[in-house]
Design a protein around this ligand. Sequence first.
Ligand SMILES: *Cc1c(COP(=O)(O)O)cnc(C)c1O
Ligand SMILES: [Zn+2]
Length: 372
Amino acid sequence: MGGLICTVCNQTYSLNDPRWRCECGAVLDIEFTPVFDLDRIRTRRPDMWRYREAIPIGDDAAIISFEEGFTPLTEIRFNDTPVLIKQDHLFPSASYKDRGASVLISKVKELGIKSVVEDSSGNAGCAIAAYCARAGVQCEIFVPQDTSPAKLAQIRLYNASLQMIPGSREDTAAAVLAHAEKGYYASHSWNPFFFQGTKTFAFEVCEQLGWKCPDTLILPAGNGTLVLGAFIGFTELTDAGIIDAIPKIIAVQSKNCAPLYTAFHIGLSDVPPVEKAETLAEGIAIADPIRGEQILHAVRYSGGDFIAVSDEEVKASLIELGSRGFCIEPTAAATTAGIENYLENARYGEVIVSVFTGHGLKSIEKTWKIRQ
Ligand SMILES: *Cc1c(COP(=O)(O)O)cnc(C)c1O
Ligand SMILES: [Zn+2]
């Protein structure tokens, strides 16, 4: 049932080969033909595993789940224009990263792996730690020293060991690579199984719209786990003949760290790393995205665009949504700031879907600085 394939040299490996990159060093993708039996899906529990035959895990007994997903798709008005928001801040570990972690750690369980390592600016670490706890798999999470305290506490609560690395997010990525030999590297940027989880975002949106495709998706982009997941998911739905074409993807970056935005607008097909400045949107501040070329390709192929937002816009959007009863974290407010930016030029009547990526309680100390 499918295999791993290198994005550069086309070398293939078995889906049960416990490797996270190609022998040549490049990132791997998964070749797999999903099955969608809409009548069967309809009768199942409202969680992301209702698309079971579209997820490349062989053994049902390996599935690690909290019955997560099928999050509400809620209409919220931005400057009087309705936008459908996927409330993915309501996942068990309080960010959409649980989609990827559920599938990736199920694969870890299926392979019989006993310990994993992962690096993260916070939320992916929380998600991997939660699913490892449920799976009984040992886990070591590397984070930058300045990660939000609530995320550190959450990782420790799940009983993962925590390595706090001085310096930048990139220093943390370098530190984990030195340990990636010790345990399986459950990386949300390298490991292709993670994207087989985030793709369920597309399935849920499509089903919640009556198996129809929205016109436009507005999504955050750092490492691109949601952009690429959505791209894979909508492409699979198109290939299966359920929808005609994929939606236009508008990807949002922080102005303080915008390598993809810059490369896109210069017309490059690869992504030179940038120097980043500090930003409120810590979760998308990725200076050197591993899958940068893939993200550019996905957005271009969809007929989409990149938007970059300032910390001032992030702050304003966080405050506005809070005043309307929504508790999201600053990184999530980068996407909602992007919505406001996009709507200045949107077509009347466009069906727009976006997302709340992370819960506000995850970095509430930042919100306290903004709102006290
Ligand atoms: C991970 C994350 C993002 C963006 O994800 P990338 O995979 O880096 O593109 C956005 N918001 C929150 C809250 C996140 O945790
Ligand atoms: Zn290769």
